[in-house]
Design a protein around this ligand. Sequence first.
Ligand SMILES: NC(=O)c1ccc[n+]([C@@H]2O[C@H](COP(=O)([O-])OP(=O)(O)OC[C@H]3O[C@@H](n4cnc5c(N)ncnc54)[C@H](O)[C@@H]3O)[C@@H](O)[C@H]2O)c1
Length: 329
Amino acid sequence: MGSDVYVVSGGNGYIGSHMCRFLHERGENVHIIDNYSTSPSKPTHSYGTFHHIDIGAGEELCALLKNIKASCVFHFSARALVPEGEADPFLYYRENLIKTLMLLESCHQAGVKKFVFSSTCATFGVPDTEKISEKNAQNPINTYGNTKKLLELAMRDLGEKKLMDFVIFRYFNAAGCSPDGKIGENHDPETHLIPNLCKSYLEGGESTFKIFGTDYPTPDGTCIRDYIHVNDLVKTHFDGANYLNENHGFFDFNLGSSTGYSVKEVVDTFKKVSGSDLPVELMGRRAGDPPQLVGDSSKAKEVLGFNPQMTLEDSITHTLNYFRLKKDK
Ligand SMILES: NC(=O)c1ccc[n+]([C@@H]2O[C@H](COP(=O)([O-])OP(=O)(O)OC[C@H]3O[C@@H](n4cnc5c(N)ncnc54)[C@H](O)[C@@H]3O)[C@@H](O)[C@H]2O)c1
């Protein structure tokens, strides 16, 4: 156990809960701040001390951070549904942008030194290269991406002014869950491919699984995405926080697996892993889906030793475990 006191914002949600478990299993001191707005209305795990509070609570949050002597914040809480942000951009600018700026001020006033931020490949918009590195231009095509890009800009500025130290990670698709299936991905609504495949298979209901777009300029015509197992992701967050022990300022990393899988490939792998013959229906394209989003993680490899251990099969197997356990409860 180190000397840091860790705060996980959004620690009741999908990625945050895995971060809490990772830290808890290392014997670290973990505090969770969450308003339960996009996760269940009570704690989903016991890997730390829960504080039911909004990141925009200002003085109240600052007092809490001072009281627990917080030194490092992993900031996961956000609204992260692209269509929701398009329908209600003010909600996204308030919840993601304004409240994170308030969180940053509370952290600074409370003496927090290290801040690790969940950004997204949505800040890049439609890329003009096969793989997306930190050098690609950031031209978001939706409000969600705009909020994250603006926050990156603010953090770079605060880091350069030596007010706090920042590592920001741009994820592609987080996938999988704890191998024992105790915690997992359970959004409502769920927009991600792997949990939706698991739900369709285990819950039945709709007769077919829909694939949107089969005429993209990709080898099998379906979109290509990059999946990273959530346990590889949270371990790298810990490495990122430790990097700030010796390095000060602002550091950004794209975190992908550098290997893309087409939607068809994911569906075929799901069928193989689950032994199911889930019926699939081929649909037209959805608006705003770029053909390919694959991360170039060379910088994270070089600087942080990023070395993902889990495969796409692992992500699917673990997610199935999670939904099977939930169904049996
Ligand atoms: N899941 C992915 O594939 C993915 C990809 C790229 C980026 N991200 C980013 O990763 C982060 C975590 O994603 P997730 O899938 O775990 O999300 P999630 O919705 O499962 O969890 C977010 C948590 O934050 C809490 N929260 C939201 N607003 C809050 C507020 N104002 N105050 C306090 N708590 C609040 C919610 O109650 C929830 O528990 C987000 O910032 C998201 O933008 C996720």
